[in-house]
Write a protein that binds this ligand. Structure first.
Ligand SMILES: Cc1cc2nc3c(=O)[nH]c(=O)nc-3n(C[C@H](O)[C@H](O)[C@H](O)COP(=O)(O)OP(=O)(O)OC[C@H]3O[C@@H](n4cnc5c(N)ncnc54)[C@H](O)[C@@H]3O)c2cc1C
Length: 384
């Protein structure tokens, strides 16, 4: 993937915004366990950063996916995982299917304001009883006149406590689990939608993660994204961008973690020498950097294939898997060299240790990625 002048321009604009308008507030937002999504998104919208790959007709810049990857990478400069994740949900998780398959009216109502930063979106796939096994979701959307009536619950939904709309995956008919689902745009102020609970977590503190109930929620059938029964397929396509984004987003935070560990261990003296001067320490940090740069290679290769129109399910899954593994091993190894300081709450390395742990679980657990890769390798046993 070639980094052009235009990519660098986006990196510069976003980095300046992060340094001036996000990082000064991160500790406060993490402590408060929330951040002002509308305020932050409005500024990002004004900078043109919420629609890099989205159609120009709706306020986007119609750039190729490498620009999303560069934006995800640059967001790694934010001093926590929660805010990049909230932004990634808006740009690459709840909007790709809408942009690709939604009607013009739907895009004007929900996509254009999301790109402008006037609306916050979220994606509702997971439920209290179904996460990894997406096909087994229970939420239903039954036809009634020109409407759908939605009943069920969505669990773990990022941005959902502040969101203006949710792109909901629901069963719109009986029948085969991969062909009976649709994606439906639901304004969060529709009667019957309840923001039932804010879920407390061990990391991603500033991110709002909600349990949302739907009780006889009535929306027009015209709120369906694309064709009825195609929701599972659309969501699987949408996951490719989500997974590439997540893998790209890991890179810079991991590199910063290594850099900060170098700075700290160079200063810290034990047994008459700096911690860094122990070969076991600097060799380990060199090894970790090599691993992170290999991840970047994998992400860029997957992105090139994606831009070329290839099916990157296997590559995006490998990138997601590798980034999740590194988000566990790199902060863990770095934390060791910080001694007791690494075990304190307000330390960048311990924050990445907690925030990064999510990657192996959400957006497709590591085992789900391994299952997909095995399938593409033709070594996954058929289920009886
Ligand atoms: C902070 C946070 C934010 C989230 N944001 C969103 C969101 O915005 N929208 C949304 O829809 N969802 C969201 N999720 C949900 C997330 O995607 C799910 O938690 C995830 O898919 C796992 O589902 P589950 O929690 O139901 O775990 P389960 O499906 O019950 O899986 C439990 C464990 O089983 C293991 N496992 C899974 N499959 C296999 C297998 N084939 N073989 C062996 N072991 C396996 C894995 O280790 C997995 O962690 C979020 C979750 C969290 C924690």
């Amino acid at each position: 993937m070639l980094i052009t002048h235009e990519h660098e321009e986006i990196q510069r604009t976003l980095k300046r915004f992060i340094d001036e308008e996000i990082n000064p507030h991160v500790d406060e937002w993490e402590a408060a366990e929330e951040f002002p999504a509308h305020q932050v998104f409005k500024r990002l919208g004004e900078l043109g950063l919420l629609g890099l790959t989205k159609p120009a007709d709706y306020g986007g810049m119609a750039l190729d996916y490498s620009y999303s990857v560069i934006m995800a990478e640059t967001l790694g400069h934010v001093n926590c995982g929660a805010i990049p994740m909230a932004i990634g949900v808006q740009t690459d998780m709840c909007t790709p299917a809408l942009a690709r398959f939604g009607s013009d009216a739907l895009k004007r109502q929900f996509l254009a304001p999301a790109i402008a930063g006037d609306m916050v979106g979220c994606i509702g796939v997971s439920e209290p009883g179904a996460g990894s096994d997406v096909a087994s979701i229970k939420t239903t959307a039954k036809k009634s006149g020109d409407d759908y009536v939605i009943n069920g619950a969505k669990m773990w939904i990022t941005n959902s406590l502040q969101a203006d709309w949710m792109c909901v995956l629901a069963n719109t008919s009986e029948g085969a689990a991969h062909k009976n689902k649709s994606l439906i745009m639901v304004p969060m102020n529709t009667p019957g939608v309840t923001r039932a609970k804010k879920i407390r977590k061990i990391g991603m503190m500033a991110s709002d993660t909600g349990l949302i109930h739907f009780d006889d929620v009535r929306v027009p059938q015209s709120h369906r994204v694309g064709e009825e029964g195609m929701g599972f397929t659309y969501q699987m396509m949408q996951f490719q961008e989500e997974r590439l984004w997540a893998a790209a987003n890991a890179i810079q935070g991991l590199l910063n973690c290594i850099e900060e560990t170098i700075t700290y261990t160079r200063e810290r003296q034990i047994f008459g020498a700096s911690v860094l001067d122990n070969q076991v320490v600097h060799f380990k940090l060199a090894e970790l950097k090599t691993e992170v740069e290999s991840l970047r290679g994998l992400v860029y290769m997957a992105t090139e294939k994606y831009i070329a129109g290839q099916d990157v399910t296997e590559w995006a899954s490998m990138a997601k898997l590798k980034s999740s593994r590194l988000l566990r091993t790199v902060p863990d190894a770095c934390m060791q060299y910080w001694g007791g300081m690494g075990y304190t709450w307000d330390n960048r390395v311990s924050r990445l240790y907690r925030d990064g742990r999510l990657a192996s679980i959400a957006g497709g657990a590591d085992e789900v990625m391994l299952g997909i890769i095995s399938k593409y390798m033709h070594i996954l046993p058929a289920r009886g």
